[in-house]
Design a protein around this ligand. Structure first.
Ligand SMILES: Cc1ncc(COP(=O)(O)O)c(C=O)c1O
Length: 390
């Protein structure tokens, strides 16, 4: 495959001023990532600081109701509450080895911001987080956590005031700060080499899950299901299973309220190819190619694009991409709380929501592995409000 591309998707469509730091990063990935010193230090951080390996949890009550085995990969149990820390520890450590003194990052749900702030504090790097003003409002507990961890949070008032606009602001800031600063990109999207870099750090999810399934059940899962925002937890959950032809990979996009013409985040299901944030991928866009606003009850899924590897896996039919609506996620959230005693993030609730709603699609007696990308504490206000409890 052409460097930086997944089939026709991917690439590096950035202003000339961003090429030097991207090339510097590519060089660091070649020279630093494979070294024993880097790998040992990262393993130690993941194990002793972040809490890897994460458990694989069987759900007895829901499995009984559904007629197939429901297994969860528990990324919600990681330090800071989501899979995002796998990537931020990797990138922060790489930045340190590259001699950088600061990190900047975008965030949507705030989980990537919190994970970046924690990694920066741990490794003594200055940290600035760009966040859409709407997300600052709806994920306020994460904003407080970032600030307490020493990060500066910059609310972005442009455009739809969500993740897309935060990425634009962060890319602009990186142009002027590239000498000292690494852009700790939060998902498996953006210009090359970010999709490869982030996939590399997140694929620990599927490496562990594959071995754990074999050890616990003597077999691979029949299905792996994950929610897709930019695509990092899903590509991390899929990667080690891609060569296993018998394992069906299902990504789940946020469908919004499900009302006619509602805002949604279905870039694969409803988008067309185009360029955004440095990559050629599936995008929500109008006739003229203008990016359409996205929408979802879950801030982490609220993005009009998707990482290029998902666009490719969809195009070649190796993965398929379904839709869960806000209501499906809320039902799944309640089902997991009440039946299994686990409070999932709204993003992860979309993956589970798809499985619960489309239970008839899954073979009776089969093994279904859902990546539980994060915990739901950050979403409690939104959920209580939506359920009429507040
Ligand atoms: C818990 C959780 N899951 C999923 C996502 C979606 O991002 P990605 O598609 O990169 O995994 C986010 C984004 O903030 C998140 O916080």
């Amino acid at each position: 495959m052409k460097k930086g591309y997944f089939g026709e998707f991917g690439g590096c469509f950035v202003p000339e001023l961003l090429m030097p730091p991207l090339m510097e990063l590519e060089q660091a990935m070649r020279d630093i990532l494979p070294t024993k010193a880097f790998q040992e230090e990262l393993d130690d951080l993941l194990h002793n600081y972040a809490g890897r390996e994460t458990p694989l949890t069987f759900c007895p009550t829901l499995s009984e109701k559904l007629g197939f085995e429901l297994w969860l990969k528990r990324e919600d149990l990681l330090h800071t509450g989501a899979h995002k820390i796998n990537n931020t520890l990797g990138q922060a450590l790489l930045a340190k080895y590259m001699g950088k003194t600061a990190l900047l990052a975008e965030t949507g749900a705030g989980q990537h911001g919190v994970a970046t702030a924690a990694a920066a504090a741990r490794l003594h790097l200055k940290c600035t987080i760009y966040m859409g003003a709407e997300d600052v409002e709806r994920q306020s507990s994460n904003v407080r956590r970032m600030r307490l961890l020493g990060a500066e949070v910059k609310p972005i008032e442009n455009g739809s005031r969500t993740l897309k606009d935060a990425i634009n602001a962060a890319l602009r800031a990186w142009i002027s700060e590239q000498e000292t600063t690494h852009y700790c990109f939060g998902t498996a999207a953006g210009p090359y080499p970010f999709p490869d870099l982030v996939r590399g750090f997140q694929s620990v999810i599927s490496r562990e899950a594959r071995a754990q399934m074999l050890e616990r059940t003597g077999a691979l899962p029949d299905y792996v299901v994950a929610a897709v925002g930019g695509g990092s937890n899903a590509i991390g959950a899929f990667h080690a299973f891609v060569p296993d032809a018998g394992v069906q990979l299902i990504g789940v996009e946020g469908g919004g309220t499900g009302e006619p013409d509602c805002l949604n985040s279905c870039s694969i299901n409803l988008g067309r190819p185009g360029v955004l944030h440095g990559e050629y991928t599936m995008l929500l866009q109008d006739e003229e190619g203008q990016i359409l606003p996205s929408g979802s009850i879950s801030a982490g899924l609220d993005y009009p694009g998707v990482g290029p590897e998902h666009a490719y896996l969809n195009a070649i039919g190796r993965a398929r991409y379904g839709v869960a609506y806000d209501g499906d996620a809320l039902e799944a959230f309640q089902a997991l709380c009440l039946n299994e005693g686990i409070l999932p993030a709204l993003e992860s609730s979309h993956a589970l929501g798809y499985v619960l709603k489309h239970a008839a699609e899954f073979k009776p007696g089969s093994r279904v592995l859902v990546n539980l990308s994060g915990r739901g504490d950050k979403d409690m206000d939104i959920i209580e409000h939506a359920l009429g409890l507040k």
